[in-house]
Design a protein around this ligand. Structure first.
Ligand SMILES: [Zn+2]
Ligand SMILES: [Zn+2]
Length: 230
């Protein structure tokens, strides 16, 4: 199936693979993948498989995973960035096809017994090299993930409701941030991104074209089927 990594920062051991499995746009067309409003991506670190968000509809999430040859039973942990339907909507459908997982969310409910709830408030370690910022307040509270890649730290965001600048500021505590992936919502303070060398705006990002114009070399297109190694 599609395991071609079109954008490789560095191949070899110890890389983490990020696969976009739910997005408003398609990256790979004509193989049966579906685009839909929402966001989900899979992180494979070599040691663990982490699902970040679940999109809006379980049927589309599972169908895209199947097309991309991703077995839901391999998921160890699920992180929900925030409690909006287009990020947590696929949770219920996953319950019957996953094994026991830890579920990190800013809420106090688990949809099933095999999802062991870890209610997130403060920053915490998900595993070596993967951390949550903890609850960041905004128009909607949200958590982001900070990931160690070969070239530095990457930040994975859902909708960036607390603000891209604020999220990057918090994430910097882990080290220099080199990349940002996910939904930026209506973020338009483009100079904030100038130190990044990897900018992948997804999902609800309103100003993709402008970001691409400002940072043509750093811009990485998002969409279902995009796979990135960091
Ligand atoms: Zn969203
Ligand atoms: Zn949202």
């Amino acid at each position: 199936m599609y395991t071609v990594v079109e954008i490789c920062l560095s191949l070899g051991g110890d890389t983490t693979k990020i696969s976009i499995i739910y997005d408003n746009e398609l990256y790979i067309k004509n193989i049966g993948l579906k685009s839909d409003w929402g966001f989900a991506c899979l992180l494979e670190t070599g040691e663990a498989t982490i699902l970040f968000d679940t999109g809006a509809k379980g049927t589309i999430l599972l169908s895209n995973m199947k097309q991309l040859d991703i077995d839901p039973a391999t998921i160890d942990k699920i992180v929900i960035s925030h409690e909006h339907w287009d990020h947590n909507g696929g949770l219920k459908a996953l319950a019957s096809v996953i094994s026991d997982v830890n579920l990190y969310r800013l809420g106090n409910k688990s949809p099933s017994e095999n999802m062991h709830l870890i209610s997130v408030e403060g920053p915490q370690r998900i595993m070596e090299g993967v951390y949550t910022t903890g609850r960041l307040t905004g128009s909607v509270d949200e958590q982001s993930l900070v990931l160690k890649g070969k070239k530095g730290w990457y930040v994975l965001v859902g909708c960036s409701h607390p603000g891209v600048e604020e999220i990057l500021y918090i994430a910097k505590q882990y080290g220099d941030i080199t990349g940002l992936v996910g939904g930026f919502h209506d973020f338009n303070s483009f100079p904030v991104l100038k130190k990044l060398d990897f900018i992948c705006p997804c999902h609800c990002t309103k100003y993709k074209h402008e970001i691409k114009k400002c940072y043509p070399k750093e811009y990485i297109p998002c969409g279902v089927g995009q796979m990135i190694e960091i």
